[in-house]
Design a binder for this molecule. Structure first.
Ligand code: ADP
Ligand code: MG
Length: 580
């Protein structure tokens, strides 16, 4: 066949394959358009799981008569005009292809009225270029109706599932928008019956309406900020985790995304408190500078690419882990006799669970921590042995902080961050010295692995070896680890290996070790570091303080967060308005 240009309608149908996967994709695109038009209230009406009819009505800005034919044209958008715009898109749409794609595989009509217009206008299209624009009746805003999806592409129609399944997907698309924008009023009808009716209100109420009262009652709130980053939302109680991933909602700049990096960070944050085959539930909102994230990765725009993936990962992981730890520490620990046998509903969450599931930080990790640093800096000569800079431990606060007294006043140490920093430096120095300090495990650790993990292992085995991890395939479905760096020998070896494999898969490239060395070391350090809620003895705390003093850059953890804070007596006096 000679080379020829494809007819426009066929080009749209091909593009529709990516954008219009099923009725739910239409619901998503139409809802996003309504949001971009500044709607305050949106009504969605479906018939037969959306296959027969999808109608979305909004009270947004509307489409002017002259623009109606353009709304259905491919690559026609009112949202961006230049590459510069593309680099900081603030609207949900921008590719100008959704309506054209939908119209190429369904019968579409748009009825719309702007404030300037005396009445509404309507346009129709059905698998072909749009017809003429006719006068119509409609209040300010827009109704888009999509009938008989795939009426002209029977092959695609065959891939549709049952009405109930397609409706469930549509309802999920609706829920994602509803969670992104609690300030909007939204209704969803199916076959004439109201299935959701959501009044505008605070986020917590919206979350409870969509994820259930129990989630609302037991979830932990997250709020963390760093320069250019903010994470807010709710983390489901680990004790109520589900068997599937279907209640995991992450929004980046209020756009629902399915991001492996963020999902991985959250898996890590939950790792201490969740059984491996359970899935956490969460609704999280990550806000970043639009210039720091690329949303133009896939036509459906549910994938994003962060400019600085590394720091996003660290930020999310720490913020979530912290929120979970604080909540666990605050949870009252009932007497052992308080629960009837077999009833674990009121059991204290994190601590016993860790022990029961074998994911606790075993004692060996602390013995490793207490061991003298292999490459300790020589103490400075003027330092008197009885006045160490970070002082002596007084107590542990909420399983998170160590309080110590030094000459100037009070020192507050973030236990996990500090230990992580120490391990990081230790691992790095060992690697620089080309002796990763691999320690043979007395009992090799074998764990189930999926084909992707095994493939990643095959590709990156040498990298792991250089990091001190001797891992190999034990069978087509399992991995065995025979040695790990000594400093990490007491930790959860399977979790550590899995995290490294996930990371290597993410990096992909062959020079993983040279280009991503620090990131890999950071992951190892994080896994080895003492977890929140581990009660430390005073000698253990003092040992940690001494190790901090000996470790380079101990004032900062690997991700630039401070690891300790000095509160001087003068500052304390000021708090109490006590002049000296
Ligand atoms: P995109 O959203 O990527 O711009 P679409 O094909 O989804 O592309 O929509 C094309 C254009 O039609 C939009 O840019 C917008 O100007 C207009 N439009 C679509 N839906 C609406 C709506 N509900 N209200 C107002 N304008 C709309
Ligand atoms: Mg759109």
């Amino acid at each position: 066949m000679a080379i020829h240009l494809l007819p426009d309608a066929l080009v749209s149908q091909i593009a529709a394959g990516e954008v219009v996967e099923r009725p739910a994709s239409v619901v998503k695109e139409l809802l996003e358009n309504a949001l971009d038009a500044g709607a305050r209230a949106i009504a969605v009406a479906l018939e037969q799981g959306g296959v027969k009819r999808i109608r979305v009505t909004d009270d947004g800005s509307g489409i002017a008569r002259a623009d109606l034919p353009l709304a259905l044209a491919r690559h026609a958008t009112s949202k961006i005009a230049s590459l510069g715009d593309l680099e900081r898109v603030a609207t949900l749409g921008f590719r100008g292809e959704a309506l054209a794609s939908i119209a190429s595989v369904a019968r579409v009509s748009i009825t719309s009225r702007t404030t300037e217009a005396e009445h509404a206008w309507r346009i129709e299209a059905a698998g072909a270029p749009a017809g003429s624009v006719e006068p119509a009746a409609h209040p300010l805003g827009t109704t888009v109706e999509v009938l008989d999806l795939y009426f002209n592409t029977p092959a695609r129609r065959k891939f549709l599932k049952t009405e109930a399944t397609e409706f469930a997907h549509c309802a999920d698309a609706f829920a994602r928008i509803a969670l992104a924008r609690p300030d909007l009023g939204l209704t969803l009808r199916h076959n004439g019956r109201v299935s959701e009716h959501l009044a505008p209100g605070p986020l917590a109420g919206r979350v409870a309406a969509l994820l259930g009262e129990e989630f609302g009652r037991t979830a932990r709130a997250v709020h963390a900020e760093a320069p250019g980053l903010r994470l807010t939302g709710f983390l489901g109680d680990p004790a109520r985790a589900r068997g599937s991933r279907d209640a995991q909602y992450v929004f980046v700049n209020r756009r629902f995304v399915r991001d492996r990096l963020v999902a991985h960070a959250l898996r890590e944050a939950y790792a201490d408190v969740l059984h491996a085959d359970r899935h956490a539930t969460y609704v999280l909102y990550l806000d970043v500078d639009p210039g720091a994230v690329d949303v133009n990765v896939h036509p459906a725009k549910t994938e994003v690419r962060f400019r600085d993936a590394r720091s996003i990962h660290q930020f999310v992981r720490h913020a979530a882990a912290r929120a979970l730890a604080v909540a666990a520490a605050a949870a009252p620990v009932p007497l052992a006799t308080a629960n009837p046998p077999g009833d674990d509903r009121f059991a204290p969450r994190a601590r016993p669970e860790q022990a029961g599931l074998g994911v606790a930080q075993p004692v060996a990790a602390y013995q490793a921590m207490l061991a003298p640093a292999p490459v300790a800096a020589a103490p400075s000569p003027e330092r008197s042995p009885d006045a160490p800079p970070l002082g002596f431990a007084l107590a542990q606060l909420h399983g998170i902080y160590i309080l110590a007294q030094n000459e100037r006043g009070l020192v507050v140490v973030d236990m996990h961050a500090a230990h992580e920093r120490i391990l990081y430096e230790q691992l790095k120095q060992a690697l620089d010295a080309r002796s990763p300090g691999a320690q043979q495990l007395l009992v090799p650790v074998t764990f189930d692995a999926d084909p992707i993990e095994l493939a990643t292992l095959e590709e990156h085995r040498a990298v792991l070896g250089a990091l001190g991890l001797d891992a190999a395939a034990a069978s087509p479905t399992a991995i065995v680890v025979r040695s790990v760096p000594g400093a990490l020998a007491g930790g959860d070896v399977a979790a550590l290996t899995r995290a490294l494999l996930a990371e290597l898969r993410e990096f992909g490239a062959s020079e993983a070790l040279t280009r991503h060395r620090d990131a890999l070391l950071a992951t190892m350090a994080c896994h080895g570091a003492v977890r929140a809620n581990r009660a430390l003895t005073v000698p253990e705390m003092n040992a940690l303080l001494r190790r901090m003093e000996d470790t380079e850059r101990a004032g900062q953890c690997n991700h630039g967060r401070p690891t300790w804070y000095q509160l001087s007596l003068a500052e304390l006096d000021k708090l109490f308005m006590r002049g000296r």
